[in-house]
Design a protein around this ligand. Structure first.
Ligand code: AMP
Ligand code: MG
Length: 331
């Protein structure tokens, strides 16, 4: 299959809608990362997503909608807490879990009775969904376990010959995936951290937000637990005695004839002036935007030594992705 990359315009949206209607898979940009979309109403189309990614069938997909008023078509009920979250944060980088009705096919939800719903802020994403007139289920558009794609070229690198179309909306803004939440009474459980943080939920909605990273979705055997966004080379995060430890790890790698690279804070680059260094950003927001792209770009080194980011509003979300990329390696 030939994989086309097309800029978003009327012709592209029409083609995308035709492909989705025919049960095909189309990659599209959102404000978080690129998604791999299919109609959530078409079992065979949904199966193609899992095949293209090599994704385990027990990992559910998020259903993307263009408008808030469409949510009620696919869910059984909406609690007061869910209504508040929808009103406050949608469209935006949050996926809210609802009890599903029978319209969304079971393959989307890994056989469970809940569905995660997201309304992207990205205009291109919403236009694409609106043209298809379908609920679009989508995971990130990378091969399973690879860093998520933040530009169309990353999608092409992983999906060439596997899907017919990639809509190229340029680089994504946020760079890491949506916050996934489940509600219980006034409590909001964070299953996956993202740009919308616990603190934002508590402050803006007067709700109780609690961390509850869903470990049941992560394979339990040692060593495989954190392989999610792994680059081709080794990676280690440095959180303690940062400058000394980074310099030590770098020198050790050089002594072993390895090629290391340092991902650091802009403010700290001066401490590594004579070394192979790339600035990930000045704070956790900028670092999130750059992380996945840089993991792909610099994985031809032997070791990525990444500085921990303790500043900005995405500290938790960024660390969640970094620790998985590094397979849990941290000093
Ligand atoms: P991704 O494939 O990277 O876009 O991630 C989608 C993630 O959303 C999954 O790995 C789950 O963690 C989460 N998710 C989607 N649907 C559900 C659901 N019904 N219940 C719990 N988590 C969900
Ligand atoms: Mg993913």
């Amino acid at each position: 299959m030939k994989t086309e990359i097309q800029k978003p315009n009327r012709k592209t949206y029409k083609l995308a809608a035709k492909l989705i209607g025919d049960g095909q898979v189309v990659a599209f940009p959102t404000e978080t990362v690129y998604g791999l979309g299919a109609s959530a109403l078409n079992r065979d189309a949904v199966k193609k997503i899992f095949e293209a990614k090599g994704r385990p069938q027990d990992n559910p997909l998020i259903v993307h909608l263009a408008k808030k008023k469409d949510i009620k078509k696919y869910v059984k009920n909406m609690s007061k807490t869910q209504k508040i979250l929808v009103k406050t944060f949608m469209p935006g980088p949050i996926s809210i879990i609802f009890d599903k009705n029978d319209k969304i096919c079971s393959e989307v939800c890994a056989g469970g009775n809940t569905v995660a719903i997201r309304i992207p802020e990205s205009k291109v994403a919403r236009k694409f969904i609106a043209y298809t007139k379908c609920p679009i289920c989508a995971p990130s558009a990378n091969t399973s376990k690879r860093p998520s794609p933040t530009i169309a070229q990353h999608v092409f690198d992983d999906m060439n010959t596997k899907i017919p179309l990639i809509i190229d909306g340029g680089a994504t803004d946020i760079g890491i995936e949506s916050t996934v939440v489940r509600c219980d009474g006034n409590n909001v459980y964070i299953l996956r951290p993202g740009k919308i943080s616990k603190e934002m939920i508590a402050k803006k909605c007067n709700l109780v937000a609690i961390d509850k990273i869903d470990t049941s979705k992560i394979p339990q055997s040692p060593g495989t637990k954190y392989t999610h966004y792994k680059p081709a080379c080794d990676m280690i995060i440095v959180k303690t005695d940062v400058i000394n430890n980074i310099n030590k790890l770098y020198q050790n790698a050089i002594n072993e004839n390895k090629k290391p690279i340092i991902f650091c804070k802009q403010q700290d680059q001066k401490y590594f002036a004579d070394k192979n260094t790339i600035v990930l950003g000045k704070d956790s927001e900028q670092a999130s935007t750059n992380l996945f792209g840089y993991l792909r770009q610099y994985e031809n080194n032997d070791l990525i030594i990444a500085e921990y980011f303790d500043n900005g509003e995405m500290v938790e979300a960024l660390f969640n992705r970094m620790i998985k990329s590094a397979s849990g390696n941290i000093v």
